[in-house]
Design a protein around this ligand. Structure first.
Ligand code: SUG
Length: 455
């Protein structure tokens, strides 16, 4: 098998463990689910267990599964930097009274969506033969801008060996370099062990923007810039023939497609996408075909089969498309796909029955995350690694039955089963989270990665 021939490269999906402050705060403009569900009572325990159940199911199906820890929330350091002072209780109480929107932001468990944590280039595509990682600056929203510092520490703790892993700084956190990580990046290749072509999808250009040539969304923000994608490709040393930059369709952004991974997913030579994914669909396919060493397998879903609204409502394209050893692929879709007739029919008649490697569909319930606009694909960071690189991790982050069991028990000990936005100021919640995370760094053998541990 070619995977074995090529050093046994495999994709490891690093899922974000949902944090104890998971809640619905309506923080994300342009993310329809987040905008609709703000104010609902969340169930952090159920959210974390749904995520762990997805990880376990994929692990049992034979896909290497990793786990990334949640972040420390509420981020009291962020509130102090904004002028709230005194004891933790006082900081929380003042923020709740004077700026409840800031309190909600510093409590978000949004680091669970690890597709936004970083962009990763496998070693076999990089000129120096190392895996390259850039944490996303997530500067387009305050609650997510708080993530990259800890993300960088966590990634550095896990991918520790400098002879194998190269860590780059997050891009300057300013609108021109707005970067949302792997949610707008897709690697296509014959299989994981063959050289890849990197498709970067952006929503706007920061410099020299000309609305005549490249129309911008009118209603919702475009989160990724061309300049950010170009800078990440440059950091990782990719040459022209290894990369394609494509503009996302602005009408899709205005319909709620805030990342490319809400409207397209690629794996191996397959690109599964909605016809409204790209502003210039034909050019994207031509460029990919010109660069790929293997025939591209485009799987196009027309709007007459699945409307943009149904694509956004079901998150069909936020599925995980996974390679099997026999060359077939498995699509892991959220439960919401079963609830929409047009989507379910398209999966059966068009995807499973069509001339493509997708041979199996697996349905997973991640409803707690979905209500904030995070489907199966948002919850994972894809890292293609050789067998040697998989053996070179620091920490205990590859899921097995024992780790899964410990994490389920840990959630059971520390997580609440209801959390409403009004409860975020409870100082007890901050303390519970600190205790939970301190224990977690022990379980995952990560050392000190959180502000409270760094002193
Ligand atoms: O950035 N939602 C996240 C969802 C991210 C999904 N990721 C990908 N598509 N890859 C966001 O919009 C909502 C939080 C709240 O409203 O409480 C939020 O941040």
């Amino acid at each position: 098998m070619s995977e074995l021939r090529n050093g046994d490269y495999r994709e490891v999906n690093f899922d974000g463990l949902v944090g104890p402050t998971h809640n619905y705060a309506g923080l994300a403009l342009g993310n329809v689910a987040s905008m609709t569900h703000g104010g609902l009572v969340a169930n952090p325990r159920e959210a974390a267990l749904q995520g762990l159940a997805k990880m376990k199911a994929l692990m049992e199906m034979g896909y290497p599964q990793g786990v990334l820890p949640p972040q420390q929330r509420p981020d009291l350091g962020a509130l102090r930097a904004l002028g709230f002072s005194g004891s933790d209780e006082r900081v929380l109480a003042r923020a709740a009274g004077e700026a409840p929107q800031l309190l909600r932001a510093v409590c978000s468990a949004s680091s669970m969506w690890t597709a936004n944590a970083a962009t990763v280039t496998p070693s076999l595509d990089a000129p120096d033969g190392r895996v390259h990682l850039t944490p996303a600056n997530l500067q387009s929203s305050f609650h997510r801008f708080l993530e990259p510092a800890t993300t960088a520490r966590v990634l550095a703790a896990i991918f520790h060996d400098p002879s194998r892993f190269a860590h780059h700084p997050a891009l300057p956190a300013t609108p021109a370099f707005s970067d949302e990580g792997a949610a707008n990046h897709t690697r296509l290749a014959g299989d994981h062990g063959e050289p890849g072509v990197h498709l970067y999808v952006y929503g706007r250009k920061a410099f020299g923007w000309d609305n005549e040539i490249a129309p911008a969304p009118k209603r919702f923000p475009a989160r990724q810039t061309l300049e950010a994608s170009q800078a990440v490709a440059r950091q990782h040393g990719l040459a022209d023939h290894q990369r394609v930059f494509a503009q996302q369709h602005p009408e899709a952004i205005d319909a709620g497609v805030f990342h490319n991974d809400v409207i397209a997913v690629g794996n191996g030579p397959v690109l599964l996408y909605h016809e409204m994914a790209f502003l210039d669909e034909a050019a994207v396919l031509d460029e990919l075909r010109a660069r790929l060493a293997t025939p591209l397998i485009p799987v196009r879903v027309p709007a007459e089969a699945v409307s943009l609204a149904d694509a956004v409502g079901s998150y069909l394209f936020n599925s995980q498309l996974l390679s099997n050893r026999d060359g077939s692929m498995t699509l892991v879709v959220p439960g919401e796909c079963q609830e929409r007739e047009s989507v379910w029919r398209t999966i059966q008649d068009h995807l499973l029955a069509g001339p493509n490697p997708i041979a199996e569909v697996v349905v997973k319930d991640v409803k707690q995350s979905m209500r904030n606009g995070g489907g199966p694909a948002c919850l994972r960071l894809r890292v293609v690694l050789s067998a040697e690189e998989r053996a070179a991790f620091s920490g205990r982050v590859l899921l097995d039955d024992a780790l899964h069991g410990e994490l389920v028990a840990w959630v059971g000990r520390h997580y609440r089963d209801r959390l409403a936005p009004e409860e975020l100021a409870d100082p007890q919640l901050a303390e519970e989270t600190r205790q939970a995370l301190d224990e977690l760094t022990g379980i995952l053998a990560l050392g000190s990665v959180y502000p409270f541990q760094l002193g």
